[in-house]
Design a protein around this ligand. Structure first.
Ligand code: PAF
Length: 288
């Protein structure tokens, strides 16, 4: 199947209007490109349910708090096109920064209560940039559903809340994190790790698993669970911890653990920042 590359908002709208005239349903997978199997899982879920699948590839300048991070972000349009074609994607929407932001924005979407902690505390303006570009992409593509990975749990919660608060007519579908065999969550940033750093990186998943195990074993104090996580991370001197937290569905840190909390963490390995999270089950919760 041919995947069509679309670079202007006007052309994207025309394709969507044509699909709608034919009564076809539309799904959107927003990405910043450098596609990997984590994105593949989002695309496959969208492909299985909707007539038309649009993958957006846009490295969004307004969500980067560091210029070097924006500049270093992997851009691989040719490889991404092949990846999308192999997965039967209908359209790639890959606008330029000038197409998306012809003038500095005067309007932003902000979800401050959910953006205050965790990554939001360390990346000023990041989630405002994410919510704003996702709102723009939803207005351009007007999908019935959009797919987001659970690896970015705070981003997912913020987008779900934005959709609810602003009455976007789009279903947000969360998709489970895809991991390497050693547990490392897939991320475009993984390719920046040197072989030695790559060896250390699975400690993040091991540490979160240890925390999850302590909750399943009956631990109810967030401080004790965090200590268990930190102990594993401290075993890898090359890892610098940015945060380890236990949060509720509203991304607020909790002291006492109850059902549905998520263990979330961000670490640095050299100049690469990695995030991951695991949902915690209580000992007395039924398993799937
Ligand atoms: O998760 C991402 O890749 C980005 O934050 C998103 C949702 C595509 C917005 O730029």
């Amino acid at each position: 199947m041919k995947t069509e590359l679309v670079t202007t908002i006007a052309a994207m709208r025309e394709h969507i209007a044509a699909a709608r005239r034919q009564g076809r349903s539309v799904a959107c997978v927003p990405t910043m490109g450098a596609l990997h199997a984590g994105h593949g899982a989002l695309i496959d879920r969208a492909r299985a349910t909707f007539d038309v699948v649009v993958v957006t590839l846009f490295v969004n300048p307004i969500q980067f708090d560091r210029k070097d991070d924006y500049e270093q972000y992997a851009r691989r349009l040719d490889a991404d096109r092949e990846y999308c074609a192999a997965r039967n994607v209908d359209f790639i929407f890959a606008p330029s920064a000038g197409e998306m932001y012809p003038e500095p924005l005067a309007t932003f979407v902000d979800v401050p209560d959910l953006a205050r902690h965790l990554c939001g505390a360390f990346r000023p303006g990041h989630f405002r940039g994410v919510a704003t570009v996702v709102a723009k992409l939803f207005n351009i593509v007007q999908p019935d559903a959009a797919y987001f990975g659970e690896k970015d749990a705070q981003q997912l919660a913020i987008i779900q809340r934005m959709v609810r608060d602003l009455n976007f007519s789009v279903e947000i579908v969360p998709v489970a994190t895809v991991r390497e065999p050693d547990g490392l969550a897939l991320s475009s940033r993984n390719q920046r790790l040197s072989p030695e750093q790559r060896r250390m990186a699975p400690a993040l998943f091991r540490a979160l698993t240890e925390g999850q195990r302590s909750v399943a074993g009956g631990e109810r104090q967030a401080a004790n669970v965090k200590a268990a996580v930190l102990k594993v991370l401290e075993g890898e001197p090359g890892i610098r911890v940015e945060y380890v937290e236990i949060v509720d569905a509203g991304m607020q840190p909790v002291d006492a653990i109850s059902a549905g909390v998520r263990l979330v963490a961000a670490v640095w390995i050299g100049s690469t920042r990695l995030i991951d999270n695991l949902l915690c089950r209580l000992a007395d919760e039924a398993t799937d």
